[in-house]
Design a protein around this ligand. Structure first.
Ligand code: GLY
Length: 360
């Protein structure tokens, strides 16, 4: 078992990571003096595979769990769903003396975290991520929120969990599509750090083949990098970059998600966007050809053939820029060197998008 700490003064917390460690969850939960009753928010896919076992572990150790199961998918990250969760918690008599456990992938974590942040002005919550994407990225750092119709994560809060508990054994049953989604965020971490890049060059295929020992090492490395960034720049205010560099692949990625009506999952959109943002960096002359080829080479090894026929460059530009004449991108300058605020004018973005979309 590995423990990585996110240092945030009195809101510091550990990330526990291991293989087949779920039985250690109750002791950790109890050691933090958390409420003896918790709502376990999960989706129907995770519930079908893992909820029975998790509930049994909780019950055996005297933690009362109230199960709340939502449908899967990004559309659940909405105020409508949040409202239903508030009503569920109220109907069960939940107060600030109860807790919430987010048990699932990125959607469950963001939504349940937002509900925890806002229900009765905040109840304690714990992240138990069950996907590669959530373990490597979204469960750590306290970004919670829901989407509005045309803007991802438009309503939300920074609200840190009491701890994060990642058991890579959950990933053994994860569909290949979810591993590929996770790789979107994981490859991003490779772009942020030369050592991580070299590690992924060696082990990307092991991740695709779901070698859990390698996946655990990948998650550990991502968590260590993210924990440091969060400790230094929790609210993404550092003008020198800080946490903002984690938005690499997200300016275009989030626009693609919205325009595809969420047919593209988050990690898939990030995979596409990483490639396109590399092209923008190259076109703007800030990324040398050699590094461009190496960075592109890694992301291109993730087997994913997107169907983008319904998306046009002009719709993308509208989604990304609105009425602005330029947009600030997070872009790579070289492997491991990311710049967080590079202004690219509309014409350049449009020409790059058109190239990517075959002139559409
Ligand atoms: N997912 C980016 C961040 O947590 O800052």
């Amino acid at each position: 078992m590995h423990i990585t700490r996110v240092e945030l003064g009195e809101r510091s917390y550990p990330i526990h990571l291991g293989n087949d460690i779920i039985h250690t969850f109750p002791a950790l939960y109890r050691s933090m003096d958390l409420p003896s009753r918790a709502a376990v928010v999960t989706d129907s896919n995770v519930a079908a595979s893992h909820l029975k076992k998790f509930s049994a572990v909780l019950t055996k150790e005297g933690i009362e769990s109230v199960r709340i199961i939502i449908p899967p998918g990004e559309r659940q990250k909405s105020l409508t769903r949040a409202n239903r969760l508030y009503a569920d918690l109220l109907n069960r008599g939940f107060t600030r003396k109860d807790a919430l456990i987010a048990f699932g992938g990125g959607v469950v974590g963001d939504l349940a975290g937002f509900v925890a942040a806002t229900f009765r002005r905040g109840i304690p919550f714990v992240q138990v991520p069950t996907t590669l994407l959530a373990q490597a990225e979204s469960a750590v750092g306290g970004k919670t929120g829901v989407n509005l119709a045309s803007l991802k994560n438009a309503v939300g809060a920074f609200y840190q969990p009491k701890f994060v508990f990642s058991d890579v054994r959950f990933l053994a049953t994860l569909p290949r599509r979810e591993i590929i989604c996770g790789l979107g965020e994981v490859v991003k971490y490779g772009y942020l750090d030369e050592t991580m890049f070299a590690f992924l060059e060696r082990h990307l295929d092991d991740v695709l083949q779901k070698h859990l020992d390698v996946i655990q090492e990948v998650v550990l490395r991502c968590n260590a990098m993210k924990a440091k960034m969060i400790s230094e720049d929790e609210r993404e205010t550092d003008p020198e970059g800080g946490r903002m560099v984690l938005n690499l692949g997200h300016t275009i990625g989030q626009a693609l998600e919205v325009l595809s009506n969420y047919r593209l999952h988050h990690g898939e959109a990030v995979l596409i966007a990483l490639k396109w943002e590399l092209a923008i960096a190259r076109q703007a002359g800030i990324l040398a050809e050699d590094d461009f080829n190496k960075l592109l080479g890694l992301v291109s090894r993730v087997p994913f053939e997107p169907d983008l026929h319904s998306i046009s460059a002009s719709a993308l530009i509208q989604q990304i820029l609105g009425n602005n004449k330029a947009v600030r991108f997070v872009l790579p300058r070289s492997i491991g060197k990311i710049e967080s605020s590079i202004s690219i004018d509309k014409t350049s973005v449009l020409s790059a998008m058109k190239k990517m979309l075959g002139g559409r």
